[in-house]
Design a protein around this ligand. Structure first.
Ligand code: FAD
Length: 482
């Protein structure tokens, strides 16, 4: 068999499957290759207003109303209840101290809640990726995409068209296909780049962390735990558990993302080249978390990645490109991966359908991805460097949210433009201010002084009232999702 395709996509996560669907809907012959079959586990589950805005845009632009429905919790649950998700009303952060029960003050010195939507209906979602990616993959197949899941890319000749060798690992079969375009959508595996012997770019990366993660069942809600222990939640703008919950520790942080199917995604990320201990031993050091997790049972494997930050040049050849989520891996902090992945879908669809392989279009694709990576790395790396000081970390999170909200508002005003950078990375008015703020956060000034400096520098952009000392770390007005 030597089938000929217009586009071969390696990786059928949401990025690969959405791109495949768009191209097949427009008459392209598409092969979607994946070494795994769906449903399969994947990490990267917490969506954001920005991710949802891009998904909505893709649905509207490419005539896929189901994608529009999946861009908000209410319409998702109404129209696709069989595809599991969880409600995400915002971001919540709690600072725990080793061997001490969790405590907070009246002014919430140990916690931060930032709303991202005004109602559950309009809320963002945690994507239960086994279901979500399976659903997107099925849509791609229905659109006429050739299903090559269960096949791993094993050989590649980049002549035009690309000659692609595939290997069915379970049955030890081989086949080859040809394709004019080859897209590496294999996520952190960067399978095509590695097959071509490309190396990650050598430039330094500020963020250096390691992670371990899994799914658990039977984890009680953190907001219930707070109420049971009389730790006031009366002024919380949303249920603190219906959020990306960050338990900030002496070293690193634990995320909890609750799905509606009784499963919760849990992971621990700590700064450094290696993980010091397991998630279990980390939880054991924090009495309140120990109590919270006492009834939870693991329901997946334990996954782990150490020092996983890296970036490739996303242009592997004139018609051989990487999705942004294959070209770079940064970190779970700030939940940027789904938005970055969806923007990649929009850009690659535009390139393949409209622009072709003109050098200027490829250069622009490269520039957008590299600029976003460096920008996000500055925010994420800075947040880790100040994490042990919760007030400073809280300022670093709000500082990032300014950039995210400015981008969301820009999209609300003028629509999503795939030729612009995400997170305001190409906003000339903000760029130097934001970079300067990150430098101040990492610098020697006292935290109160830095926070005041940031508050003042933020004034021209701060439509959401961040850094307002009067609201005691409870930000209800950040919502750009009505
Ligand atoms: C620990 C961690 C936590 C994260 N948390 C978040 C979060 O909360 N929010 C967020 O927005 N982002 C998060 N991210 C980022 C997020 O995981 C990614 O952006 C997202 O998964 C990318 O999806 P994708 O469809 O591009 O690729 P993937 O979902 O990675 O899919 C790639 C596919 O390629 C296939 N593949 C790999 N190698 C081969 C091969 N050789 N041949 C054939 N197929 C192959 C794989 O089987 C897989 O199905 C996180 C990342 C990490 C590492």
């Amino acid at each position: 068999m030597n089938a000929a395709y217009d586009v071969a996509i390696v990786g059928s996560g949401f990025s690969g499957s959405l791109l495949a669907t768009i191209l097949a809907d427009r008459g392209r012959r598409v092969a979607l290759i994946d070494r795994q079959k769906h449903p399969r586990f994947a990490v990267g589950e917490s969506s954001t207003p920005l991710a949802d805005a891009i998904l909505r845009h893709l649905g509207e632009q490419y005539g896929r109303p189901d994608w529009v429905n999946l861009s908000a919790y209410g319409s998702w649950k109404d129209t696709m209840p069989a595809v599991s998700c969880g409600l995400k009303r915002g971001f919540s952060y709690y600072r725990h101290h080793r061997q001490q029960p969790y405590r907070d003050s009246q002014g919430h010195d140990s916690s931060l809640l930032v709303a991202a939507s005004r109602s559950d209906e309009a809320g963002d979602t945690h994507w239960y990726r086994p279901d979500v990616d399976h659903y997107f993959h099925q849509q791609a197949i229905k659109a006429g995409v050739s299903d090559l899941t269960g096949w791993q890319i094993s050989g590649l000749d980049t002549a035009s068209p690309h000659q692609i060798g595939l290997h069915d690992v379970r049955h030890d079969h081989q086949q080859s296909i040809t394709a004019d375009w080859l897209i590496d959508a294999s996520g952190p595996a960067a399978a095509v780049a590695r097959l071509l012997d490309r190396r990650p770019l050598a430039q330094p990366i500020r963020t250096r962390t390691s992670s371990t993660w899994m799914h658990v069942k039977g984890l009680p809600a953190w907001s219930d735990w707070l109420c049971r222990h009389d730790i006031g939640c009366d002024d919380d703008p949303f249920d603190a558990d219906a959020a990306a919950v960050h338990h900030v520790l002496d070293q690193g942080w634990i995320w909890c993302l609750r799905f509606d199917n009784g499963i919760t995604s849990v992971g621990w990320t700590s700064p450094g080249e290696t993980l010091h201990g397991s998630l279990r031993s980390t939880i054991d050091d924090y009495p309140s978390l120990n109590e919270l997790f006492s009834g939870a049972t693991r329901c997946t494997e334990i996954y782990q990645a150490e020092s996983f930050q890296r970036r490739f040049d996303p242009v592997l050849g004139p018609r051989c490109l990487m999705t942004p989520t294959a070209a770079f891996t940064l970190d779970p902090l700030h939940s940027t991966g789904i938005a970055v992945g969806l923007a990649g879908v929009a850009r690659l669809a535009d390139l393949i359908l409209n622009q072709g392989d003109q050098p200027s279009a490829l250069d622009q694709y490269r520039r957008l991805i590299q600029t976003e990576f460096l920008w996000l790395d500055d925010f994420v790396g800075t947040a880790y460097s100040v994490m042990p000081d919760f007030s400073r970390f809280s300022a670093a999170c709000q500082w990032f949210m300014l950039a995210a909200i400015a981008c969301e508002e820009q999209i609300q005003r003028s629509g999503f433009d795939c030729h612009r950078c995400l997170y305001s990375a190409d906003n000339t008015a903000m760029r130097d201010v934001m970079r300067g703020g990150n430098r101040d956060l990492r610098g020697p000034l006292m935290t109160a002084k830095v926070t005041e400096l940031l508050r003042r520098s933020a004034l021209p952009f701060n439509t959401a009232g961040l850094f307002d000392p009067d609201v005691a770390n409870r930000f209800a007005y950040t919502a750009t999702k009505s």
